[in-house]
Design a binder for this molecule. Sequence first.
Ligand SMILES: [Zn+2]
Length: 473
Amino acid sequence: MPTTFITGGTVVSATGRTAADILVDGERIAALLEPGSTVLGTDLARTADTVIDATGKYVVPGGIDAHTHMSMPFGGTTASDDFETGTRAAAWGGTTTIIDFAVQKFGERLQDSLATWHEMAAGQCAIDYGFHQIVGDVNDASLQALRGLPDEGITSYKLFMAYPGVFYSDDAQILRAMQTGASTGLMTMMHAENGPAIDVLVGQLLEQGKTDPYYHGIARAWQLEEEATHRAIMLADLTGAPLYVVHVSAKQAVAQVASARDRGRNVFGETCPQYLYLSLEEQLGAPGFEGAKWVCSTPLRSRAEHHQDHMWQALRTNDIQMVATDHCPFCMKGQKDMGVGDFSKIPNGIGSVEHRMDLMYQGVVEGRISLERWVEITSTTPARMFGLYGRKGVLAPGADADVVIYDPNGHTSIGLGKTHHMNMDHSAWEGFEIDGHVDTVLSRGKVVVDAGEYLGRKGDGRFVRRDPCQYLI
Ligand SMILES: [Zn+2]
């Protein structure tokens, strides 16, 4: 099998950093070696099929984005990245695995929805991919189907406390699903916002003529995130289901997760780059209809209330465990603009899959998190949380050779339109200047991005079967 030798770099893991060379044999890492060492008298820098000079650079495990929505149907339209464009953009940004969501619609058989998503992704992906299962219709048949998911390599499912009439589950349904999830060894993922209360506020705001994107953030008040997070935690507590709260954005919801963890519960929190950097006032409140770019749920929170600083702090102290993107892009033209004059008709979602590694690295640059914590929250913990650790999330012999060579002295400008590779007509991150640069990306041993060139192709990525969560306490 072809060998690749990555030499001269600093290998960074969740627990430390060391000068080491890496030998890749085929799709896997064969060895980590002291710099300059030989193997059975062989100088690998001369004999390997490919030699990559990583001098002065960090060598880290490929990013794992555990929350993406390629081709997601929402509000009468479909997310603008499909599995081909979205995974290619991910690779450009140093992410080598995504975990996307198979979506069971109301009235649909759960097994059929999973088959549909397999069909959409097969042969399209640039990098490896797995699935979580969205359960949009909790009933006897769905609960029965949940029990079969581990055999399909799927060990997590997601419920929504928001979106009545679409994906919403009431408390009775949540309780029953959690009972099934707990006895089946599944992770319960929760979109924790009180949907029925939000819908009342949306109606009242629209009646008052408050139709701008800004009011999306007002309707989805932090109290309704805190309340739902608390309710989900209590139901998980009762049923013994491990709980993973997706896209935590309010500092009060963080406190709920932290308090459950302090009581020894298997409760975990995910946040996204938008909740660390962007705000209700600056982005959602941008003039005219501009704020539609940043309409996502949970919403961006108030800078004046310091949610963003709290979130960085929570990431540092492990009150929040990891960062995913909730990548769900929509174009302004023809998609977001469906909500001109009515913010409730703006499709919810931001595109970030390409920028997560860079954006989170800024936390290192700004002294908010350590270099090791950067690797942990973007790769190692997602791997452990969703049953991939050992194969993914770590650079060690036997692991898949998903490797990113990151240049701390490089620079990345996120500009208008086509400086990114996501299928969008705008960027939620326009104007961000990144200290650092993804130089080279290996996906299972194959160089897919190098020196500003994409060398992969669709179909390189394979479906990954996942084990149960490796993070339970
Ligand atoms: Zn989502």
